[in-house]
Design a protein around this ligand. Structure first.
Ligand SMILES: [Zn+2]
Length: 196
């Protein structure tokens, strides 16, 4: 029992580190988004902003992994591979206490081709990198690009895209799946239901 508590305490401590990172990066992102273009150029760069978005994405994934690991402790499955059920090597768990997989399962995950596509329904922060008349191209934290049309900005959009967005803006978006040209089709209407 004390063993279980020690594991939970350790997982909680590590989770806290990523939560602190997440909060810092989110605050920086918000400050950047609210700054004037001149201020943005003064103390930051778009590249730095993209790195912050990537950090946010990474921290969020880590937090999710720690949460999942804590759930496994509670149900008595901590230390077993979530894929095949065998005991995870002690050295692996020492290196990363949230590790969900044994060496061989982790290897097969790493070898399988990575789908460069964000799943429909996933919400994230993205930065406007190009604005055309009818479409905005946004950089997602995953490194992919997404497209956003005027109709996905507001229910009854008036005027043109550039009246709502500027290049460098960071907005919260949700993916509606693939847009047919290798990008994610995005919406800013967060309550919009994603077709199954
Ligand atoms: Zn396994």
């Amino acid at each position: 029992m004390t063993d279980q508590r020690a594991i939970i305490e350790q997982l909680t401590a590590y989770r806290g580190l990523f939560e602190a990172l997440l909060k810092r990066r989110e605050a920086d992102c918000e400050a950047y988004a609210n700054a004037t273009p001149y201020e943005q150029n003064l103390w930051s760069s778009k590249r730095a902003q993209l790195e912050r978005l990537a950090d946010i994405d990474h921290a969020q994934r880590k937090i999710n992994l720690f949460d999942a690991a804590m759930e496994r402790v509670v149900v008595g499955q901590y230390g077993s591979c979530t894929c095949c059920g065998v005991s995870i090597d002690e050295t692996r768990l020492t290196a990363d206490p949230a590790e969900p997989n044994c060496t061989s399962c982790a290897r097969s995950v790493a070898l399988s081709p990575r789908t460069k596509q964000i799943d429909a329904g996933i919400a994230c922060e993205a930065m406007v990198i190009r604005l055309d008349d009818n479409i905005a191209i946004l950089a997602l934290p995953s490194g992919e690009h997404g497209s956003l049309s005027l109709g996905e900005i507001a229910d009854q959009p008036l005027g043109q895209l550039n009246e709502y967005l500027r290049v460098g803006d960071v907005v919260r978006v949700k993916s509606l799946g693939n847009d047919g040209s290798g990008r994610a089709r995005l919406t800013m209407k967060m309550s919009r239901q994603v077709a199954a």
